[in-house]
Design a protein around this ligand. Structure first.
Ligand SMILES: [Zn+2]
Ligand SMILES: [Zn+2]
Length: 234
């Protein structure tokens, strides 16, 4: 809320920001409601049966790294495979990216991600504590890196470790060469490790040429089922 108010203060134009926020937040609320009571509780259950130890610092750190690496690979898969891209494009079609874009995902994308991740939680013995720590960090960093608030000189230090607005803004570029980079979610190390890290100077135009920036929750939910788009990673 605070981030959104600060963004609105600096935004030009400010008109339409309320409707934009309402659509994205309604989608986020729908996702939260549907996913918490399904794949969310299932994930907590899997963690509770796969991990005998409730808390261990080393284990929490290793789990955090593994879950963030999964997020990176899953994000790349969303750009690589046409079927997954149809749903992920809902996130990228936002031409007025701001903090609320962090909640603009199609429920099918997040649902599949949660299901695909279940075996990983079990095999790695991720504890419920580790899962909650990672999910909290993911939400906070995601809100931060989608915001339009420039971090100034602090960005250089922050992006050594975390995905900052300057990194993620490039990923939302209309230029297909640019959106095929910067897939990391929380830690920026994965893009550096897999050579997908890229920064640009100057402003970046957000959105997709292949998609209308739909304004209602209903049209966003229906958009993956239209046949007019299937562009993914080149
Ligand atoms: Zn993406
Ligand atoms: Zn994004």
């Amino acid at each position: 809320m605070i981030l959104w108010l600060v963004e609105t203060y600096f935004a030009t134009p400010r008109l339409g920001r309320l409707q934009h926020a309402a659509t994205n937040l309604a989608l986020a609320a729908l996702n939260g409601g549907l996913l918490f009571f399904s794949v969310g509780l299932l994930s907590v259950y899997v963690c509770s049966v796969s991990s005998a130890e409730p808390f261990g610092l080393v284990r929490v750190v290793l789990s955090f790294l593994a879950l963030d690496l999964f997020s990176y690979l899953w994000h790349r898969a969303n750009h690589r495979f046409a079927l997954l891209w149809r749903f992920h494009a809902v996130h990228h079609s936002d031409s007025a990216m701001d903090v609320t874009t962090a909640g603009r995902f199609h429920v099918v994308e997040l649902g599949i991600a949660g299901i695909v991740r279940l075996p990983l939680l079990y095999l790695l013995g991720v504890s419920t504590t580790a899962l909650l720590i990672y999910e909290t960090a993911l939400v906070m960093v995601s809100m931060m890196h989608h915001s339009t608030i420039a971090l100034g000189r602090f960005d250089r230090i922050a992006r050594t470790f975390f995905v900052t607005p300057s990194i993620h803004s490039v990923h939302h570029s209309r230029d297909s060469d640019l959106y095929a980079c910067n897939y990391s979610s929380v830690l920026s190390v994965w893009d550096r490790l897999f050579r997908t890290f890229h920064l640009t100077r100057g402003p970046v135009q957000h959105g997709l040429d292949t998609h209308n920036d739909r304004k209602s929750v209903r049209s966003l939910l229906a958009s993956p089922f239209h046949n007019d788009h299937n562009r993914g990673e080149q």
